[in-house]
Design a protein around this ligand. Structure first.
Ligand SMILES: NC(=O)c1ccc[n+]([C@@H]2O[C@H](COP(=O)([O-])OP(=O)(O)OC[C@H]3O[C@@H](n4cnc5c(N)ncnc54)[C@H](O)[C@@H]3O)[C@@H](O)[C@H]2O)c1
Length: 355
């Protein structure tokens, strides 16, 4: 089967692994390679047997299973994977298959592209978030303490397989988490898409599946115009300046906040800032807030301390010249980037969230 489209380096296939000819592609592209499956404990429980028994080419693959969760997306875990790869005598001719959510594809891509100066890797994203967002754009990396994605590099997988079948075993809160990024795609780039999505019930996975491809296409169209994130790609950070701070704040607490829930709340706060800056109408703001509150409104176990969130934001990679940079909505379906927002208004938006 032909890839749906080609990224700068990665080819992306949409559909079940067997429909897309996964095994045949591997046989043709890597006739002499050894394979390593990198996954986490939850995905391994449901899918590792399926992978090694379902595809002859993977029957002798090495399997590395990591503890699940964002708190494990760190350099210590990377080191354990590098050591395992070394023990298995994996070389540049071999292939690492990252099968899991965004934590695995981000960490696995980073580990692969730095091991022995770069081993080829394939991504099989198994969460909705990883399918609609992390699957495109070549960002790999890990967190540094509470600071998200501080160490990493742009590196393209050889191939990406987007198989919605993996979502069958994904917990409901994780589906909702991925849904936040889909809503964001509509808000920043396509008002008609937002209009469709706002009536979708993410608790019914079947309702979401038909939209996955559209989200991927929207993200891809943006990334293709600005791979290095010097301009347009920054619009994809809408909701993430405050979202990442919230995610970092709760990372090592009793109730960590899922990425998408943090982004859902970040969307509300950053839409509030857009409203106060006169970029978004009251009607549009109310609509966005109502949709995001329905899906993510109940997710904060405690009220975060606004000053601490500000401190986290000051470390955001998107900042320049010591100023916190935002991407803000200029009407639904349109986004402006490199917007500096005064401290007082950021605090006001956080208080609005906390109210
Ligand atoms: N590289 C990028 O462009 C990009 C974009 C967005 C997000 N991210 C990163 O992705 C991460 C969040 O992604 P995520 O939400 O997928 O996190 P995750 O990888 O932690 O997965 C979420 C949970 O779902 C489980 N899971 C995944 N697939 C499953 C399946 N099919 N069945 C059962 N359980 C399954 C995982 O074990 C985990 O417990 C963050 O680290 C974020 O920074 C990266």
């Amino acid at each position: 089967m032909n890839p749906l489209f080609s990224q700068p380096a990665a080819s992306l296939y949409f559909g079940s692994l067997s429909e897309t000819g996964f095994e045949k592609i591997l046989q043709q592209q890597y006739p002499h390679s050894r394979f390593v499956l990198l996954t986490d404990e939850n995905v391994a429980e449901h899918w590792s047997e399926f992978m090694v028994t379902g595809f002859e080419i993977l029957s002798r693959a090495e399997i590395i299973v990591l503890p699940a969760g964002e708190e494990n997306k760190n350099l210590e875990i990377c080191q354990s994977v590098w050591e395992a790869l070394s023990e298995y005598e994996i070389g540049r001719g071999d292939v690492i298959i990252n099968i899991g959510g965004g934590m695995i594809t981000d960490l696995g891509g980073f580990v692969a592209s730095t091991f022995k100066r770069g081993v080829r890797f394939i991504n099989i994203p198994t969460s909705l978030l990883a399918q609609v967002d992390a699957s495109v754009g070549g960002k790999t990396g890990v967190d540094l303490g509470p600071f998200k994605n501080q160490v990493g590099l742009f590196a393209e997988p050889d191939l990406v397989f987007l198989d919605p079948g993996f979502l069958e075993t994904l917990p409901q809160n994780q589906i909702r988490s991925g849904f936040a990024e889909m809503l964001k795609h509509g808000l920043v780039a396509d008002a008609a898409y937002w209009k469709k999505l706002k009536t979708v019930k993410p608790e019914n996975t079947a309702e979401i599946v038909p939209y996955i491809e559209q989200s991927v296409r929207l993200k891809k169209a943006i990334v293709e115009q600005d791979y290095a994130e010097t301009g347009l790609r920054k619009t994809l950070n809408f909701g993430h300046t405050i979202g990442h701070a919230l995610e970092g704040y709760f990372l090592n607490k009793e109730n960590p906040l899922l990425h998408g829930y943090a982004v859902g709340l970040g969307i509300i706060a950053e839409s509030y800032i857009s409203l106060k800056k006169g970029l978004l109408s009251e009607v549009e703001f109310n609509e966005i807030e109502a949709v995001c509150k329905t899906h993510f409104g109940e997710s904060l176990a405690e009220k975060p301390i606004a000053e601490e969130l500000l401190k986290l934001m000051q470390n955001d990679k998107k900042n320049a010249g010591g100023k916190i940079n935002f991407s803000l909505l200029k009407g639904i379906g349109n986004c402006v980037f490199d917007q500096q927002v005064e401290r007082g208004l950021i605090l006001e938006s956080l208080q609005y969230l906390n109210a």
